[in-house]
Design a protein around this ligand. Structure first.
Ligand code: SF4
Length: 214
Protein backbone atom coordinates (compact mmCIF):
# COMPACT_ATOMS: atom_id res chain seq x y z
CA UNK A 1 0.00 0.00 0.00
CA UNK A 2 1.35 3.43 -0.86
CA UNK A 3 2.30 5.78 1.92
CA UNK A 4 -0.03 8.30 0.24
CA UNK A 5 -2.93 5.92 0.84
CA UNK A 6 -1.92 5.55 4.48
CA UNK A 7 -1.66 9.34 4.91
CA UNK A 8 -5.04 9.88 3.28
CA UNK A 9 -6.63 7.28 5.51
CA UNK A 10 -5.04 8.72 8.66
CA UNK A 11 -6.39 12.20 7.90
CA UNK A 12 -9.89 10.80 7.28
CA UNK A 13 -9.74 8.68 10.42
CA UNK A 14 -8.46 11.65 12.44
CA UNK A 15 -11.35 13.82 11.27
CA UNK A 16 -13.84 11.09 12.04
CA UNK A 17 -12.49 10.47 15.56
CA UNK A 18 -12.42 14.22 16.30
CA UNK A 19 -16.10 14.36 15.35
CA UNK A 20 -16.88 11.37 17.57
CA UNK A 21 -15.01 12.95 20.49
CA UNK A 22 -16.95 16.18 20.00
CA UNK A 23 -20.16 14.19 20.23
CA UNK A 24 -19.06 13.13 23.72
CA UNK A 25 -18.34 16.72 24.79
CA UNK A 26 -14.57 16.50 24.49
CA UNK A 27 -12.82 19.47 22.89
CA UNK A 28 -11.06 17.67 20.07
CA UNK A 29 -8.44 18.56 17.48
CA UNK A 30 -6.42 16.85 14.79
CA UNK A 31 -2.77 17.62 13.96
CA UNK A 32 -0.65 15.96 11.29
CA UNK A 33 2.54 15.98 13.36
CA UNK A 34 3.68 15.85 16.97
CA UNK A 35 5.37 19.23 16.57
CA UNK A 36 2.06 20.80 15.55
CA UNK A 37 0.38 19.01 18.44
CA UNK A 38 2.88 20.47 20.92
CA UNK A 39 2.28 23.98 19.57
CA UNK A 40 -1.48 23.51 19.74
CA UNK A 41 -1.27 22.18 23.30
CA UNK A 42 0.84 25.18 24.31
CA UNK A 43 -1.77 27.52 22.84
CA UNK A 44 -4.37 25.86 25.09
CA UNK A 45 -2.37 26.55 28.27
CA UNK A 46 -2.69 30.08 29.71
CA UNK A 47 0.53 31.69 30.85
CA UNK A 48 1.05 31.34 34.61
CA UNK A 49 -0.82 28.02 34.80
CA UNK A 50 0.24 25.30 37.20
CA UNK A 51 0.91 22.17 35.17
CA UNK A 52 1.34 18.50 35.97
CA UNK A 53 1.60 15.34 33.87
CA UNK A 54 1.34 11.61 34.06
CA UNK A 55 4.23 9.34 33.16
CA UNK A 56 3.66 9.47 29.42
CA UNK A 57 5.98 8.60 26.56
CA UNK A 58 3.52 10.34 24.21
CA UNK A 59 3.88 13.61 26.10
CA UNK A 60 7.68 13.19 26.15
CA UNK A 61 7.82 12.55 22.40
CA UNK A 62 6.06 15.79 21.51
CA UNK A 63 8.85 17.77 23.21
CA UNK A 64 6.31 19.93 25.02
CA UNK A 65 7.95 19.51 28.43
CA UNK A 66 11.07 21.42 27.35
CA UNK A 67 8.91 24.22 25.97
CA UNK A 68 7.01 24.39 29.26
CA UNK A 69 10.24 24.43 31.27
CA UNK A 70 11.35 27.43 29.24
CA UNK A 71 8.05 29.26 29.72
CA UNK A 72 6.23 31.17 32.41
CA UNK A 73 4.45 28.34 34.20
CA UNK A 74 4.50 26.61 37.58
CA UNK A 75 5.52 23.03 36.87
CA UNK A 76 4.72 20.23 39.27
CA UNK A 77 7.47 18.11 37.75
CA UNK A 78 7.70 14.70 39.35
CA UNK A 79 10.82 14.01 37.29
CA UNK A 80 12.76 16.49 39.44
CA UNK A 81 12.21 14.98 42.89
CA UNK A 82 14.60 12.65 44.71
CA UNK A 83 12.53 10.25 46.81
CA UNK A 84 9.37 8.15 46.34
CA UNK A 85 7.74 10.16 49.14
CA UNK A 86 8.43 13.42 47.31
CA UNK A 87 7.10 11.91 44.10
CA UNK A 88 3.86 10.89 45.82
CA UNK A 89 3.50 14.36 47.31
CA UNK A 90 4.08 15.92 43.90
CA UNK A 91 1.41 13.66 42.37
CA UNK A 92 -0.99 14.67 45.15
CA UNK A 93 -0.42 18.33 44.37
CA UNK A 94 -0.93 17.56 40.69
CA UNK A 95 -4.52 16.57 41.43
CA UNK A 96 -5.45 20.24 41.84
CA UNK A 97 -3.29 21.82 39.15
CA UNK A 98 -4.64 24.02 36.36
CA UNK A 99 -3.62 21.80 33.44
CA UNK A 100 -2.81 18.09 33.38
CA UNK A 101 -1.03 16.55 30.40
CA UNK A 102 -1.28 12.89 29.49
CA UNK A 103 -1.35 10.37 26.70
CA UNK A 104 -3.94 7.63 26.43
CA UNK A 105 -3.53 3.88 26.27
CA UNK A 106 -6.23 3.57 23.65
CA UNK A 107 -8.91 5.58 21.86
CA UNK A 108 -11.89 3.97 20.19
CA UNK A 109 -13.21 5.24 16.87
CA UNK A 110 -16.41 6.28 18.62
CA UNK A 111 -14.44 8.58 20.92
CA UNK A 112 -13.86 6.73 24.19
CA UNK A 113 -10.54 6.76 26.06
CA UNK A 114 -9.29 3.69 27.92
CA UNK A 115 -6.48 4.03 30.42
CA UNK A 116 -4.68 1.73 32.83
CA UNK A 117 -2.90 2.96 35.92
CA UNK A 118 -0.92 1.35 38.72
CA UNK A 119 -1.27 3.99 41.42
CA UNK A 120 -4.28 5.81 40.00
CA UNK A 121 -2.95 9.36 39.94
CA UNK A 122 -3.17 9.63 36.16
CA UNK A 123 -6.71 8.33 35.75
CA UNK A 124 -7.79 10.31 38.82
CA UNK A 125 -6.50 13.53 37.27
CA UNK A 126 -8.16 12.71 33.98
CA UNK A 127 -11.49 12.20 35.75
CA UNK A 128 -11.58 15.06 38.27
CA UNK A 129 -9.38 17.71 39.82
CA UNK A 130 -7.27 19.63 37.33
CA UNK A 131 -9.26 22.41 35.69
CA UNK A 132 -8.18 21.27 32.25
CA UNK A 133 -6.75 18.04 30.81
CA UNK A 134 -4.87 17.78 27.53
CA UNK A 135 -4.60 14.31 26.00
CA UNK A 136 -2.03 13.72 23.26
CA UNK A 137 -3.18 10.69 21.28
CA UNK A 138 -1.07 9.25 18.47
CA UNK A 139 -2.86 7.55 15.60
CA UNK A 140 -1.42 4.23 16.80
CA UNK A 141 -3.78 4.43 19.78
CA UNK A 142 -6.94 4.40 17.68
CA UNK A 143 -8.86 1.13 17.51
CA UNK A 144 -12.34 0.31 16.29
CA UNK A 145 -14.38 -0.33 19.40
CA UNK A 146 -14.19 0.34 23.12
CA UNK A 147 -13.70 -3.40 23.62
CA UNK A 148 -10.70 -3.21 21.28
CA UNK A 149 -9.47 -0.24 23.32
CA UNK A 150 -9.66 -2.26 26.53
CA UNK A 151 -7.83 -5.13 24.83
CA UNK A 152 -5.16 -2.78 23.52
CA UNK A 153 -4.60 -1.25 26.93
CA UNK A 154 -4.34 -4.66 28.62
CA UNK A 155 -2.64 -6.65 25.89
CA UNK A 156 -0.26 -4.13 24.32
CA UNK A 157 0.23 -0.91 26.26
CA UNK A 158 0.62 -2.38 29.75
CA UNK A 159 3.11 -5.17 28.86
CA UNK A 160 5.26 -2.66 26.97
CA UNK A 161 4.99 -0.14 29.78
CA UNK A 162 6.15 -2.81 32.21
CA UNK A 163 9.47 -3.06 30.35
CA UNK A 164 10.28 0.49 31.49
CA UNK A 165 10.65 -0.72 35.08
CA UNK A 166 13.55 -3.20 35.18
CA UNK A 167 12.97 -4.48 38.73
CA UNK A 168 9.33 -5.47 38.16
CA UNK A 169 8.33 -9.10 38.69
CA UNK A 170 4.97 -9.18 36.94
CA UNK A 171 4.19 -11.84 34.30
CA UNK A 172 4.12 -9.18 31.57
CA UNK A 173 7.51 -7.94 32.66
CA UNK A 174 8.98 -11.43 32.43
CA UNK A 175 7.07 -12.83 29.43
CA UNK A 176 5.96 -9.76 27.50
CA UNK A 177 2.31 -10.75 27.74
CA UNK A 178 -0.39 -10.11 30.33
CA UNK A 179 -0.86 -12.85 32.93
CA UNK A 180 -3.84 -11.11 34.56
CA UNK A 181 -1.75 -10.83 37.72
CA UNK A 182 -2.43 -9.62 41.24
CA UNK A 183 1.23 -8.94 41.84
CA UNK A 184 2.27 -6.23 44.35
CA UNK A 185 4.01 -4.60 41.36
CA UNK A 186 0.88 -4.73 39.18
CA UNK A 187 0.54 -1.66 36.99
CA UNK A 188 -3.08 -2.46 36.15
CA UNK A 189 -4.84 -1.52 39.39
CA UNK A 190 -7.25 0.89 37.72
CA UNK A 191 -8.74 0.53 34.24
CA UNK A 192 -10.82 3.58 33.41
CA UNK A 193 -13.00 4.26 30.40
CA UNK A 194 -13.61 7.95 29.87
CA UNK A 195 -16.89 7.68 28.03
CA UNK A 196 -17.85 11.35 28.08
CA UNK A 197 -16.30 14.64 29.12
CA UNK A 198 -18.09 16.38 31.97
CA UNK A 199 -18.03 19.30 32.34
CA UNK A 200 -17.99 19.75 28.58
CA UNK A 201 -14.62 20.63 27.05
CA UNK A 202 -12.66 20.15 30.26
CA UNK A 203 -10.71 17.41 28.45
CA UNK A 204 -9.01 18.45 25.23
CA UNK A 205 -7.95 15.56 23.01
CA UNK A 206 -5.36 16.21 20.33
CA UNK A 207 -5.34 13.36 17.82
CA UNK A 208 -1.99 13.22 16.06
CA UNK A 209 -1.46 11.69 12.62
CA UNK A 210 1.78 10.05 13.75
CA UNK A 211 2.58 7.29 16.21
CA UNK A 212 3.13 8.51 19.76
CA UNK A 213 4.10 6.25 22.64
CA UNK A 214 3.03 2.61 22.57
S1 SF4 B 1 0.59 -9.15 34.02
FE1 SF4 B 1 -0.26 -7.83 35.62
S2 SF4 B 1 0.84 -5.90 35.44
FE2 SF4 B 1 1.20 -7.05 33.58
S3 SF4 B 1 -0.32 -6.32 32.11
FE3 SF4 B 1 -1.18 -8.12 33.13
S4 SF4 B 1 -2.35 -7.37 34.91
FE4 SF4 B 1 -0.99 -5.72 34.18
Amino acid sequence: MSSQAVETRVKKLGASVVKALGGRNFEAYYCDTKEEAAELALSLIPEGSSISWGGSVSVDETGIKDKLRAGNYTLLDRDTVDTPEEKTEMMRRGLTCDVFLTGTNALSEDGQLVNIDGTGNRVASMSFGPRSVIVLAGVNKIVQTVEDAYARARGTAAPINAQRFPGMKTPCSVNGTCGNCKSPDCICSYIVTTRMCRPAKRIKVIVVGEALGF
